[in-house]
Ligand binder design. Structure first.
Ligand code: C2E
Ligand code: MG
Ligand code: MG
Ligand code: MG
Length: 279
């Protein structure tokens, strides 16, 4: 395989590159090939309105159907895709796919797409969002882009310009994994986010830790005061859902309703209140 890449030939094995670096190199080649071979797939996880129980959106979550290794979760390839810049192409794939799929869903169901900080800083971002919407015919207001606090850490002037540009197109912006980064409150003042996604770590400890409960209460209260939708991530049981309902959290997402599943299962997930299947 080292030879196939045409650059280093066998020198790559001779320079004493350690096993980890070698594995990384192989994974990188594998990633490039996988893009060509169409091995990536968008899975979808429903997001429900807590008060009505209705599905209001699906979050697109990337999966790699590896011919030998089977289904690979994003944690195992997104970091390297970010380091190598391949995330830009991968991200464009997810955007295109998610918009195309969502255009076939009922008009009141939205789609959420995760943006990597690397993708966010890429000069192609606005053009690729525009292209994905145009090609699919999806109305811009049905697309939510999820960014994490790490996007806001750097280059705030350029970041805000991009966020306002996206907003100007009618796209909605969510702050993902809220509570896990830094100075979250100042971010809420720097840009008018449409949605805050409360990180799973707070939800999983809801029943056992009073401080988690207090944080959820504070964030949902903040959302209410600022007119920002709050979504709890990682809801796994009825007790958590009940506490979230009591605190007035707007939306919930988690294994309680469904794990992420292939696009072909979206109709099923819309039909049934709960689906805990194995996928
Ligand atoms: P995220 O955006 O915070 O997505 C939520 C993650 O929590 C997903 O993991 C989802 O499967 C998982 N999850 C949902 N409900 C539950 C639950 O009840 N219990 C537990 N234990 N987990 C739950 P997944 O699909 O492995 O994705 C992990 C992360 O990878 C995502 O976190 C996101 O940061 C990133 N990611 C996924 N797809 C993409 C993508 O297309 N582009 C980019 N840039 N990042 C992506
Ligand atoms: Mg997300
Ligand atoms: Mg999240
Ligand atoms: Mg998370």
């Amino acid at each position: 395989r080292a030879k196939a890449d045409g650059r280093g030939t066998y020198r790559f094995f001779e320079t004493g590159m350690d096993a980890r670096a070698q594995a990384r190199r192989l994974l990188e080649m594998d990633l490039r090939a996988a893009l060509q071979r169409d091995e990536f797939e968008a899975y979808y996880q429903p997001i429900r309105d807590v008060a009505s129980g209705h599905v209001v959106a699906f979050e697109a979550l990337l999966r790699w159907n590896h011919p030998q290794r089977g289904l690979i979760a994003p944690i195992n390839f997104i970091p390297l895709a970010e380091e190598t810049g391949l995330i830009v192409q991968l991200g464009e794939f997810v955007l295109r796919t998610a918009c195309t799929d969502a255009a076939t869903w009922p008009a009141d169901i939205d789609v959420a797409v995760n943006l990597s900080p690397v993708q966010f800083r890429s000069p192609n971002l606005i053009a690729s969002v525009t292209a994905a919407l145009a090609a699919s015919g999806l109305e811009a207001h049905r697309l939510e882009l999820e960014i994490t606090e790490s996007v806001l850490l750097q280059n705030s002037e350029a970041t805000l310009t991009t966020l306002h540009e996206l907003r100007g197109m009618g796209v909605r912006i969510s702050l993902d994994d809220f509570g896990t980064g830094y100075s979250s409150l100042s971010y809420l003042r720097s840009f008018p986010f449409d949605k805050i996604k409360i990180d799973r770590s707070f939800v999983s400890e809801l029943a056992t830790r009073e401080d988690s409960m207090a944080i959820i209460r504070a964030v949902t209260g903040l959302g209410r005061s600022l007119g920002i939708v709050t979504t709890a991530e990682g809801v796994e049981n009825d007790a958590q859902l009940e506490l979230l309902r009591r605190e007035g959290c707007t939306q919930a997402q988690g294994y309680l309703f469904s794990k992420p599943r292939p696009a072909s299962d979206v109709a099923l997930m819309l039909e049934r209140p709960r689906l805990r299947a194995s996928a």
